[in-house]
Design a protein around this ligand. Structure first.
Ligand code: TXE
Length: 493
């Protein structure tokens, strides 16, 4: 297998660096790629390129929205052309099965198409009732150079919740992808040049959070940081951005609950809960890692979950039939396994899974079996911490009030699911839930028009939807004093 070699991408050119970060497959243990490791001076060069492309308004920021929309669309067409290649890189570097690599690429394109369309109609307002001598304009301007810092779990989708929206608004970007999964970000940056997006509009500096991430966050030439990652790093970024009053968008961790009432369509609920806890190996900020199930149906529902979980197919990235892949690296696998041990030690009941999987060709990878614990109580670690692995914690409730209180008993607030055939109950419970998204009788299903983001420690700001575009704009009020009328209107009386 050939090892992919990458430079960093600045001003529309590859810049090779002597220092490299090596990425080995979390499923096979083989070397996949060498990413150039950026340094502080590379961040300086990338920000300078992005600044130039932004400040010279004829390059990008001052073009008609329609021109930016067309350029973004040409770029998306090339991404569609290269779907198979991008899906393979994504699957190999993250460890996810190939069909999810394809799905991720397709969803990224869908986000991009929507964002491109928004470039045609960035909203503004006109204030025309402030006296004949005055006129007010409220316009939205692109924020400027956006530093984007992205994680390893969904490298393309987390990027496409930011980049096309920022481009549509007229911003330019310096991206720092995760050092573990930089491949697709670098590939799509080069495709932007092929599509005719001007040099300097998209720049990518791969490397560590400590060097590249810190340099980007503290750079005075960056107007905003848009970050997806852990709550811990998100807090540090928010503090550092505050020093320069830099704008910030944060999409952080979560601890979503699926609430299943006894009157739900239980077959669909079983499907939704299983999908919710295993998708992307559980490495997902809005993973349905908690199940709150009404006591009257709990025993039977857990039995069905266990039966359904036995059918989950674990597999290598190239396995077309696989449902679940490898965790991102050994240390993360050890962290997930230690959460499982803590669950047992704290007295939760292990219903299925609970260990590493090495049979059927998985021995070189970091595979953890889908794991379900019942009897989980709110003080247990399983109920509180973001585990980021295929682990489900089941808790029972007796009343609607108790269900809502349990769901909200977390510092996070990204998403929750509600399962009931009673529409009044569904809406009333949704209103009570402190999370940016609520799924009713489904889980993780959404559309590009709908904003995504967190309450509480799950983040600041929104991605996707019109709100996702507005995040990358500043509001300007222009108060215009009009001169005296040159011509008096003829009076007929
Ligand atoms: O995230 P980090 P990690 C959660 C999940 C996971 C845990 C740790 O629970 O187990 O976080 O994952 C860059 N300044 N999520 O350690 O460190 C880093 O290089 C600037 C939830 O990988 O937050 C990478 O590009 N940047 C999450 C990005 O931040 C810094 C997705 C995210 O890495 C930096 C991923 C610094 N000081 C993990 N330090 C979600 N919301 O879905 C690191 N980075």
């Amino acid at each position: 297998m050939t090892v992919r070699e990458y430079g960093i991408w600045i001003g529309g050119e590859w810049v090779d660096k002597a220092s490299k970060v090596e990425r080995t497959s979390p499923a096979h243990g083989t070397l996949l790629a060498r990413f150039s490791e950026g340094a502080e001076e590379d961040v300086d060069a990338a920000v300078a390129a992005a600044r130039k492309a932004f400040d010279n308004r004829s390059i990008w920021s001052g073009l008609p929205g329609s021109e930016r929309a067309k350029a973004i669309s040409r770029w998306l067409d090339l991404i569609v052309r290269d779907t198979e290649k991008l899906a393979k890189i994504e699957a190999e570097e993250v460890g996810k099965p190939i069909r999810f690599g394809r799905g991720e690429t397709e969803w990224a394109v869908e986000l991009g198409r929507y964002a491109a369309a928004l470039a045609y109609q960035i909203p503004g307002d006109l204030v025309n009732n402030i006296g004949d001598a005055n006129l007010g304009l409220v316009t939205r301007e692109p924020r400027g150079v956006i530093g984007m810092i992205t994680p390893w779990n969904f490298p393309l989708v987390t990027l496409f919740q930011k980049l096309p929206f920022a481009l549509a608004a007229g911003c330019t970007a310096v991206i720092k992808p995760s050092e573990l999964t930089s491949g697709t970000t670098l590939e799509i940056a080069a495709l932007a040049k092929e599509a005719g997006i001007p040099d300097g509009v998209i720049n990518v500096v791969s490397g560590s959070g400590r060097t590249v991430g810190e340099a980007l966050t503290g750079h005075p030439g960056v107007d905003m940081i848009s970050f997806t990652g852990s709550t811990q790093v998100g807090k540090r970024i928010a503090q550092r951005c505050a020093e320069q009053m830099k704008r910030v968008g944060l999409e952080l961790g979560g601890k979503a609950a699926n609430i299943v009432f006894a009157d739900a369509d239980l077959d669909s609920a079983v499907d939704g809960v299983v999908f919710g806890y295993i998708l992307n190996q559980g490495e997902e900020c809005v993973q349905g890692t908690r199940l709150l199930v009404e006591e009257a149906i709990a025993e039977d529902f857990i039995k069905q979950l266990v039966d359904r979980s036995k059918k989950i197919r674990m597999g290598l990235p190239e396995d077309e039939q696989a449902d679940v892949g490898a965790l991102i690296h050994e240390q993360h696998m050890e962290k997930v396994l230690s959460y499982i041990k803590t669950g047992v030690d704290e007295g939760a009941k292990l219903e299925i899974g609970g260990g590493r999987l090495t049979d059927n060709g998985l021995g070189k990878g970091f595979y953890v079996a889908p794991t379900i614990f019942s009897g989980v109580t709110p003080e247990m670690t399983l109920f509180r911490d973001e585990i980021f692995g295929p682990v489900l914690a089941v808790t029972t409730f007796k009343s609607v009030e108790e269900a809502v209180a349990l769901a909200n008993d977390t510092k996070y607030g990204l998403g929750n699911g509600v399962w009931t055939k009673d529409i009044d109950k569904a809406i009333q419970v949704s209103r009570e839930l402190k999370s940016g998204t609520v799924y009713v009788n489904t889980f993780l299903e959404t559309s590009v028009q709908m904003p995504f983001g967190g309450f509480k420690e799950s983040g600041v700001g929104r991605e996707n939807g019109m709100d996702g575009l507005l995040e990358f704009t500043e509001v300007k009020s222009t108060f215009i004093k009009l001169g005296k009328r040159a011509l008096a209107l003829p009076h007929t009386v």
